[in-house]
Design a protein around this ligand. Structure first.
Ligand code: PLP
Length: 507
């Protein structure tokens, strides 16, 4: 199977090429030329498989230039051997919250306690194999812009992986103290971390510019280095995310929660860059019985407005919220959805992306808006409502969730209220451990919260108050040494990258 670019559908590359390169040279994103189909008979079979077997089946349908052995090896390295708690990467918590049919798909049992591990434990293995396949002997320099969780998960996935280096940029004031500490203490000989003076969109825009900067690319080429991406613009990031939607559905089948052929579920996703929910959309197109894809946002509700009105407008205030991984105004992966909904009309997509880059706004046509309404529901909630939801779910269900997951639960409650859909089993994606956002979660559930306590005191208090265990990776963090303290202006990111590449550079 080959991959096209969303901004030029005549581009056609192998999956190894798409994963190695990360982004197409004209700035478009790689998408598969067609989606494989999974039938009810496939689901019946997969329901008896473990996570790794399900992953191998789904990945094999996309990576036609990889052998079955190669895929099995990559998947094994990613998801077994204790990387994930009890080797269960995507367990479901069964809640029957009042009149709702809600299941929480917990994707945060990996090494960094956020769902990004699901893809970033696998991507380095897919990438190093891809580089060999395209016969590249160059070092891959992974550039990451992060709103918090991707950075750490990518660092952890790529640390000391042969033939790779990784440079992470994060917004200085846009990540939680725990996220910052996770990144600044990162171990490994091929890693670099830098804060930037700006927000996540500045970091992402800066990274995209560096990717296509001819001078920087020339210097890298001279030094036998090539760029690649671990952001969800890379197809190798998105593909592993399709797996857990199938896996969750199969678990619900195996447990008898779903017992009819074609029985539909809703999927609620706390959304930022639109990667996770796009993977759910692909799963639906591949045959997974999904009723509504419910897109949950925080106060940065650009996607809520877009999915409701068809107008994407980033000209608005940027809010720093307690769900920082969703503090995004330019959701890159929407481009892939638009490409699909226009029937692969790359000229139209490129036009909208140009409008977005210049005026910060575009509007899709009525036919596309109708399709969006059929497929998606969208909602948002602010920080106060997020904390209220954490408190309510904890009190009523004795279930502790993080701020991002709480946004999804809140928006799902709004959906049930508005549409009276209490029947459809609903998978709410739980994207981070509550211990990653201990300050906000503790203040939501505990009366004797003190803002002045240290981050680790809050972690301890959260465990004491709720009787839930602190994840091992967070326990280990307390004694680690801080290695990275650099802060750079957003127009100096290119120089930081060259430094990480070991290239001498004078302006
Ligand atoms: C990255 C992230 C999200 C948003 O996911 P997207 O794929 O960017 O939409 C939500 N919650 C958490 C905890 C995250 O780390």
């Amino acid at each position: 199977m080959n991959y096209h670019s969303t901004r030029n559908s005549s581009v056609s590359v192998s999956s190894a090429q798409a994963i190695s390169q990360g982004i197409s040279s004209e700035g478009g994103l790689f998408v598969p030329e067609k989606l494989p189909c999974f039938l009810y008979s496939d689901l019946l079979e997969l329901q008896h498989c473990g996570y790794t077997e399900r992953a191998v089946r789904i990945l094999s349908a996309f990576l036609s230039d990889f052998t079955a052995e190669e895929i099995t090896e990559c998947v094994g390295k990613a998801y077994t051997g204790g990387k994930f708690e009890q080797d269960r990467p995507a367990p479901i918590s069964y809640l029957q919250n009042g009149k709702m049919n809600m299941y929480l798909l917990e994707l945060w049992h990996g090494p960094t306690c956020a769902f990004k591990d699901m893809a970033l434990q696998l991507l380095p293995h897919l990438l190093t194999k891809s580089l060999k396949k395209i016969q590249s002997s160059r070092t891959a320099l992974i550039l990451v812009a992060t709103s918090g969780d991707t950075g750490k998960a990518a660092l952890e996935g790529f640390k000391d992986v042969d033939g790779t280096r990784i440079q992470v940029f994060y917004p200085e004031n846009g990540v939680s103290p725990m996220q910052k500490r996770q990144m600044n203490t990162q171990e490994g000989n091929n890693v670099a971390v830098c804060a930037i003076e700006g927000n996540f969109d500045d970091a992402q825009t800066g990274v995209k510019k560096i990717f296509t900067d001819p001078e920087i690319n020339r210097l890298l080429e001279q030094n036998h280095i090539m760029f690649s991406s671990a952001n969800s613009i890379n197809w190798g990031r998105l593909l592993p995310q399709i797996v857990y939607y199938f896996s969750a559905y199969c678990d619900l089948m195996a447990n008898g929660e779903i017992d009819r052929e074609g029985e539909k579920v809703n999927i609620v996703v706390p959304t930022g860059n639109f990667g996770n929910i796009l993977a759910a959309y692909y799963a639906k197109k591949m045959g997974l019985p999904v009723k509504k894809l419910i897109c949950a946002s925080n106060a940065n509700n650009v996607l809520t407005d877009f999915l409701n009105t068809g107008i994407y407008d980033r000209n608005r205030d940027f809010h720093t919220t307690i769900s920082p991984s969703m503090d995004i105004l330019v959701s890159s992966n929407l481009e892939r959805l638009l490409y699909d909904l226009t029937g692969n009309d790359s000229a139209r997509v490129a036009g909208w992306m140009k409008e977005l880059a210049t005026g910060g706004r575009y509007q899709v046509d009525g036919d596309i808006l109708n399709r969006l309404h059929e497929l998606f529901c969208a909602g948002f909630c602010d920080d106060a409502a997020t904390k209220e939801t954490i408190r309510e779910i904890y009190r009523k269900e004795n279930y502790l969730c993080d701020t991002h997951t709480a946004v999804a639960v809140n928006v799902y409650q709004q959906y049930v209220e508005a549409k009276k859909d209490t029947e459809t089993p609903t998978i709410v994606v739980s994207t981070a451990s509550p211990y990653k956002f201990a300050d906000s979660v503790l203040s939501a559930v505990s009366a004797d919260y003190s803002a002045d306590a240290s981050e680790f005191e809050k972690v301890q208090a959260l465990s004491a108050v709720t009787g839930t265990p602190i994840p091992a990776p967070i326990v280990r963090l307390e004694s680690k040494k801080v290695r990275f303290t650099a802060i750079c202006p957003k127009d100096k990111m290119g120089e930081a990258v060259l430094k990480t590449a070991g290239i001498k550079y004078t302006v």
